[in-house]
Design a protein around this ligand. Structure first.
Ligand SMILES: [Zn+2]
Ligand SMILES: [Zn+2]
Length: 249
């Protein structure tokens, strides 16, 4: 570990740059984005579908209105995911996409701070009460060794501190390696991760919040939620920093 004195000296020689636009950050600031890039992130408002958390142009009628805060969209009515609700802080685009890339692939692990805070601040009001633990989506062991960290664990720890909820990475494990989801179609993604996770028996009866950096098709999060439910979890939610918004159907 570098001392704060060494970091301060490094700041003078190599001033910290915004990982998105490479503007020089002020002295003493290491790693968060510059103010302009931070302000340009498209934050998501209250979810219009309680289950997938997505904004949807069509709102289906709910049979028993008092059970849900928001109505359920047509997709979740016909093929509901294995998680009970999902929330994301912002759109996966522009500066936020660059920031997440810098965080994951360029080892800028201090970005877990501002990115975790973004998720916590943006979603805290719409998360249900009574969450027992945060569960980071496990990385393949080889990938975690290569990268030196699991971005979901760093985010979960930061978010957990803000929400006052413990993080339990050991409660969910990857039991086989999978191909990177980014190379695959939506249908292939589901097959690729099916049965890839196993939950600890400690999840039984608990309300758990899965944490990851991005929700793309939701296939990985769905497979994780399925494993947690199979081990007896009472309720499973999802929280991600960013969300890919698919073209309206
Ligand atoms: Zn910037
Ligand atoms: Zn939905």
């Amino acid at each position: 570990m570098l001392s704060s004195f060494t970091l301060a000296a490094l700041d003078l020689v190599f001033p910290a740059l915004c990982p998105v636009c490479e503007a020089t950050l002020g002295p003493g600031r290491r790693d968060p984005l510059c103010g302009a890039c931070w302000g340009a992130i498209t934050r998501l408002g209250a979810p219009t579908c309680d289950v997938c958390g997505a904004a949807t142009p069509t709102i289906a009628t709910v049979a028993e209105p008092p059970r849900r805060v928001a109505p359920t969209c047509a997709t979740c009515m016909t093929s509901p995911p294995h998680y009970d609700y999902a929330r994301s802080a912002a759109l996966y685009e522009g500066g936020l996409r660059d920031a997440l890339h810098a965080f994951k692939f360029a080892g800028r692990r201090a970005l877990a701070g501002p990115l975790g805070d973004l998720a916590a601040e943006q979603c805290v009001a719409s998360l249900p009460d009574g969450i027992d633990a945060l569960i980071p989506v496990p990385l393949a062991r080889e990938r975690e060794r290569e990268r030196g960290f699991n971005q979901a664990t760093l985010l979960a720890r930061r978010i957990g501190r803000r929400l006052g909820v413990p993080t339990r990475p050991s409660w969910l494990a990857r039991i086989r390696s999978t191909r990177p989801q980014s190379d695959l179609s939506a249908a292939e993604r589901r097959t690729n991760v099916r049965g890839a996770f196993r939950a600890s028996e400690r999840v039984a009866g608990r309300h758990l919040l899965l944490v990851d950096d991005i929700l793309t098709t939701g296939a990985t999060l769905d497979a994780c939620a399925r494993a947690l439910s199979a081990a007896g979890a009472r309720r499973v939610g999802v929280l991600t920093v960013a969300r890919v918004v698919h073209a309206a159907v």
